[in-house]
Design a protein around this ligand. Structure first.
Ligand SMILES: Nc1nc2c(ncn2[C@@H]2O[C@H](COP(=O)(O)OP(=O)(O)OP(=O)(O)O)[C@@H](O)[C@H]2O)c(=O)[nH]1
Length: 627
């Protein structure tokens, strides 16, 4: 009898522990409401059911069951509370109601636990009695199983225990997300009520499951059709959602990945990169960083966004991972950088100064040649305005052209400027940079060094105006000069004399001594003319043995006659040539420009007529054209 009492008491203590455990877990359940505490709560409930089953094997009824009847009667209420607490709160009101329900549930469970404690204390008393009275031991032992017996007394062992076990099973099935049949009880007793309550809970759960599934399908439909990789990880960083793009990127079916940890899916290297971001997003801070996936030797690049998944209570339940594929952008950027480098290489190696100037006249680009010619390097100059970058006089030379180009005009101009001690003639081209909408964004400035070109041009121009034999200005130059001289004379109202000279019998010199000697005479003739006139007077060779001298700002016509006389005297002095000394004469026709509207051609015509007269009169003399 004592052994039996011992065993019964142990059982009673077991029940007490289980109920206490249930109470404890209920606290946790209320606080956490997560998967773990829910399953714990159910486990403790199942323990009590098992204890009851053990106790039922006694199959006896007893008197001291009142204590437990109360607790058993509370079971349906308990489920009702559970039903209320399972509802998802959508408003503060509902949340308050849920919290109240939890408190009530807790109170109920507490009451059950109190009952069990009392019952175990009673069992302890019974043990001491057992030593004296056998009958009383039986009574006491029966008291020890009071929890079960209370149920037995109220609804009968089989009726209550089978449904309770079934409830546990069904709850677990629900938890696994499986469809469970309803009890469909119409019984009016407490068990019937209990079953109906449970059915209501099942229906609510089903509805919620359906809603969730629909929501998930909607989300899947949307996310499967966007070119973005979307996944969701729970608080333990295990995957519980992934869209179609996940399969495309990882080349694995999404179903295979569900439930796996981030590290299992993405490997150690990616885990190391992502871990700080995951820690942060689980603290509620959104994250953005770049990541990559390498597969079959090719690397895909992503911009990775982690968004915390926060529930109604503000608790982070996990996070969404959204990845944008930027591989193409990366490749395009690489290609662009390459082509930019090629362009820069070309630009740097052209012997042309190239720059880009924006609409606010800020230098945004300059090539190597620019640096070489001006000493301004790209790094320290880019961002400055042209006025800030170059010396004020140089800016002044370009100011107007810059303004015109920035008003949309293609401007070409030449200028001479000195940089780094080198003087250059620059040919500049300013090309406006016009946006598709017609606005001016800036301008391209290209400057070519035309110094050498200019020098050649000048040389050619000089050659074109110079008589190669004597070095005197030629006919072309004379025509240019005469026009300018006449203009000056008209402006200043001064006298100008044109002396037209022809060597006498020059043909004879050529014929007698050869062309070379003739040339010697021509050169000496030119030297003698130059020696006689002022530096400002014009001396030129028109052709063959014809020369001109233009005397400006004369006091009177007679001054021209004096010069002509001096010339004849000078020419009459012997010419030393390779063929010996030769005597040379010259005839001169003089025309005076009176300061009126007479043009160069007419003046030369008059001088020619006078020259004819001088020749006609016997040569080696001058004649003045009669006014
Ligand atoms: N040596 C040399 N002779 C030239 C040159 N250009 C022209 N002549 C010659 O100069 C001579 C000019 O002769 P004209 O002016 O026609 O006659 P002229 O012998 O001077 O006789 P008048 O003018 O009537 O006194 C021609 O025989 C030309 O061949 C030249 O560059 N060098």
């Amino acid at each position: 009898a004592e052994d039996a009492a011992e065993a019964q008491q142990q059982r009673a203590q077991q029940v007490a522990r289980d109920v206490a455990g249930l109470v404890g877990v209920t606290y946790v359940f209320q606080r956490e409401r997560d998967e773990l505490s829910t399953s714990e709560w159910k486990r403790w409930l199942a323990n009590i059911v098992r204890d009851l089953e053990g106790a039922s094997s006694l199959g006896e009824s007893a008197a001291e069951l009142e204590l437990l009847n109360d607790a058993a009667a509370r079971l349906p209420v308990l489920f009702e509370r559970a039903l209320q607490t399972a509802a998802v709160p959508v408003s503060d009101f509902e949340r308050r109601r849920r919290d109240q329900a939890f408190e009530l549930l807790l109170g109920d469970t507490q009451a059950m636990a109190d009952a069990a404690f009392r019952w175990s204390r009673n069992a302890g008393d019974a043990r001491s009695l057992a030593e004296d009275v056998h009958e009383r031991i039986t009574m006491a032992s029966i008291a020890c199983f009071s929890l079960l017996l209370a149920v037995l007394a109220v609804v009968g062992v089989r009726r209550v225990l089978r449904p309770l076990a079934r409830l546990t099973e069904v709850t677990e099935a629900l938890e696994r997300g499986e469809q469970v049949p309803l009890f469909g009880s119409t019984a009016q007793d407490e068990l019937g009520t209990l079953k109906r309550r449970f059915d209501a809970m099942t229906i609510a759960l089903r509805r919620r499951t359906d809603e969730l599934r629909e929501a998930e399908q909607r989300m899947r439909k949307i996310t499967d059709n966007i070119p973005v990789v979307v996944s969701h990880f729970d608080r333990n960083v295990r995957a519980d959602f992934g869209n179609l793009a996940v399969e495309r990127v990882l080349r694995r079916p999404v179903s295979e990945l569900m439930g796996l940890s981030f590290r299992e899916i993405r490997g150690d290297a990616m885990w190391e990169i992502a871990k700080p971001h995951i820690d942060a997003v689980l603290q509620g801070q959104p994250q953005e960083f770049e990541s990559f996936v390498t597969r079959d030797g090719e690397t895909l690049y992503f911009v990775q966004r982690y968004v915390p998944d926060v529930d109604a209570d503000g608790e982070v339940q996990g996070f969404y991972s959204v990845s944008f594929d930027i591989t193409e952008r990366r490749q395009a950027e690489a290609l662009l950088a390459e082509s930019e480098k090629r362009l820069r290489d070309i630009a740097d190696n052209l012997p042309v100064m190239i720059s880009y100037i924006d609409k606010d006249q800020r230098l945004l680009f300059l090539n190597e040649t620019f640096t070489k010619w001006t000493g301004l390097d790209h790094r320290s100059t880019v961002g400055k305005t042209v006025a800030e970058a170059i010396p004020a006089p140089l800016y002044e030379q370009r100011r107007e052209a810059l303004a015109r180009a920035l008003a949309g005009e293609r401007v070409e101009f030449d200028l001479e400027s000195t940089s780094l001690g080198v003087n250059r003639f620059l040919h500049n081209l300013y090309l406006p940079d016009i946006a598709p909408d017609g606005s001016i964004r800036g301008l391209y400035a290209l400057s070519t060094d035309v110094t050498e070109h200019r020098r050649l041009e000048r040389q050619l121009a000089e050659l074109a105006r110079t008589d190669a034999l004597t070095g005197l200005p030629n006919r072309y130059s004379f025509d240019e000069q005469l026009t300018a001289i006449i203009k000056r004379a008209q402006r200043a109202q001064t006298l100008t004399a044109l002396l037209f000279l022809d060597i006498d019998r020059f043909k004879l010199i050529n014929d007698s001594h050869g062309h070379g000697v003739g040339d010697e005479v021509l050169r000496d003739f030119a030297r003698r003319l130059l020696a006689l006139v002022r530096g400002t007077d014009f001396v030129g060779r028109l052709a063959g043995d014809e020369f001109v001298v233009v005397l400006e700002a004369l006091g009177a016509p007679v001054e021209a006659e004096i010069v002509a006389g001096k010339i004849i005297d000078a020419i009459n002095r012997p010419f030393a040539t390779s063929a010996g000394e030769l005597s040379v004469g010259t005839s001169i026709g003089i025309a005076i420009h009176p300061g009126d509207e007479l043009d160069g051609e007419a003046l030369l015509g008059r001088a020619d007529q006078a020259l004819y007269l001088a020749k006609d009169a016997g040569r080696n003399q001058y004649r003045l054209h009669a006014p």
